[in-house]
Design a protein around this ligand. Structure first.
Ligand code: NAD
Length: 485
């Protein structure tokens, strides 16, 4: 998929779409919050979480009453609006969170519209034998409570909505507090699409001010039958302790190994393309490289030719002290390094400026050579900063890459033509996604085969979630009958 929108084109589309919105005026950078957008109230967004859950419950009843064809009509309308309003959501997301890149966020929304499975993902199974026929169907849970991140806010709301509605559920969202307007814009979009397709006015719901307290209301509400959480380790732990059925899509720290059989020029470009995509916000993006020492120089020069800027060890220390900050755990009093929210998802040029280096927009990634124990290797930075560690051989590469992944079992990448190396690393790292010889985003269907999702559930095992992940199996048995042979 080509990513070739210019700033002027994006601005033009945003203005055209806003003009069409009920009551809107073309001022994309002002007049929006968690409850309204340019003076038009978001549909399905409530002050009280209990009201949002009631609305999602009504939405669930409405979806259950729909035929599969009607559900698919709603999903098709969501896809259309998502494509059309991708520039608005991309621009809102960058403006609100200060993270990521508009052109890449547009591409992410188009990917969601094109490659999120709908009702075709829901399939029944039949078993026949001496004792008759048994039918197993994928049934909805009811109302799903979905917690969404700041890194892919509207993408996750729309992707989850498509899958959850296809499965026959209602949905209530508790979006990230730093991305409320963007997430709720997507909730509104799903509802507008639903109404356009002849469905109810409110199918999915959210709250004006999501907090940890509104999440707790969601966890405890009897109507919520399934919790789906997309975020860091804290929130995954909290949903898994809720006492309810939960799907947890958590953090990763994807390592990349490049051995001396790889197409080094291609590997260099692929790695910079993947690492810099949306300023490294995707949880699947390349976070640290382990390069065979006999090809490391060639790899680095290939990266420099593809928009990377190399900093010295001294500059790396200076940058590490800015992008990682000491944070005290209020409960234990223990001080730990955590990523600075002011640096996550920022442009490489903005990060470089913090250490006194001025570069143009053509620089999309900062690279540096480090040792394995450097904080750039150990922390999931979610910034276009890529540490490179030289290794002697495949044993050392696999050993260090597995350690750097920290057992998240999320995503890993490798550039190699040696089948034994590829197989050994894939087996050792045990990640949900393993990408060979491509940028990381191929793993979610962007220039790679397979469906997309922005909820990759490693900890609970659903993998790349889709409609079927949000269903429960139900069995119907017809004893001694219904066979035709
Ligand atoms: P985050 O963990 O800060 O927030 C995620 C959501 O959880 C937010 O809505 C937040 O308000 C909420 N939350 C946090 N702690 C909570 C608690 N104790 N109880 C209830 N809600 C709580 O995540 P973020 O910074 O927006 O996203 C980045 C993180 O998410 C990274 O670690 C990234 O790897 C991960 N992520 C994973 C996936 C995946 O599919 N596996 C997708 C996107 C992001």
């Amino acid at each position: 998929m080509a990513i070739n929108w210019t700033e002027a084109q994006i601005e033009e589309v945003i203005h055209a779409v806003i003009k069409n919105l009920n009551g809107g005026t073309p001022t994309a950078k002002s007049g929006w919050d968690g409850a309204q957008y340019n003076g038009r109230s978001y549909i399905g967004v409530y002050t009280d979480m209990n009201d949002a859950i009631d609305a999602a419950t009504a939405g669930y009843k409405a979806v259950r009453a729909m035929s599969l064809e009607e559900r698919e009509k709603v999903i098709s309308a969501i896809r259309d609006l998502c494509r059309k309003e991708a520039p608005i959501m991309a621009s809102l997301g960058v403006n609100e969170t200060k993270m990521g890149r508009v052109e890449h966020k547009i591409a992410k929304h188009v990917l969601v519209a094109d490659k999120t499975p709908g009702t075709s993902d829901i399939v029944a199974q039949v078993k026949t034998g001496d004792y008759g026929l048994t039918l197993t169907e994928m049934a909805p849970f009811g109302v799903v409570g979905s917690i969404t991140p700041s890194t892919n806010p509207s993408e996750t709301v729309i992707c989850n909505s498509i899958g959850m509605i296809a499965a026959g559920n209602g949905v209530v969202f508790n979006p990230h507090p730093n991305a409320i307007a963007t997430s709720n814009y997507a909730v509104d979009l799903v509802n507008r699409a639903c109404a356009q397709a002849g469905g109810p006015r409110v199918l999915v719901a959210s709250v004006v001010k999501p907090t940890l307290d509104t999440a707790q209301i969601m966890y405890k509400h009897p109507n919520i039958r399934l919790l789906v959480c997309t975020g860091g380790p804290g929130v995954v732990k909290s949903v898994l302790s809720s006492g309810k059925k939960a799907i947890g899509a958590g953090a990763g720290n994807p390592p990349v190994i490049v051995d001396d059989t790889a197409d080094i020029r291609k590997a260099a470009k692929d790695i910079i393309d993947g690492c810099s995509f949306d300023n490294n916000l995707p949880c699947i993006a390349e976070k640290e490289v382990f390069a065979f020492k006999n090809i490391a120089d060639e790899l680095i020069s290939g990266m420099l030719a593809n928009g990377a800027y190399k900093i010295t060890a001294e500059q790396a220390e200076k940058l590490a002290n800015i992008v990682l900050v000491d944070t005290k755990n209020p409960k234990t009093g223990i001080v730990k390094k955590t990523v600075s929210r002011d640096c996550v998802g920022r442009d490489a040029s903005v990060l470089l400026e913090k250490i006194g280096v001025r570069v143009g927009a053509e620089v999309r990634c900062i690279i540096c050579e480090t040792k394995f124990d450097h904080p750039f290797v150990q922390h999931e930075l979610m910034m276009p900063i890529l540490p490179i560690v030289r290794v002697n051989d495949i044993d050392e590469a696999i050993d260090l890459a597995v350690k750097a992944e920290h057992g998240c079992r999320h995503t890993a990448h490798m550039h190699s033509k040696n089948i034994d190396h590829l197989t050994r690393f894939a087996r050792a790292v045990e990640t949900t996604i393993f990408v060979k010889n491509a940028p990381s985003y191929a793993g979610i269907g962007f220039g790679g085969e397979g469906h997309t999702t922005f909820t990759i559930a490693g900890p609970t095992g659903e993998g790349l979630t889709s409609a079927r992940s949000f269903t429960r199996y139900r069995r119907c048995v017809m004893s001694d009958n219904f066979r035709i042979i």
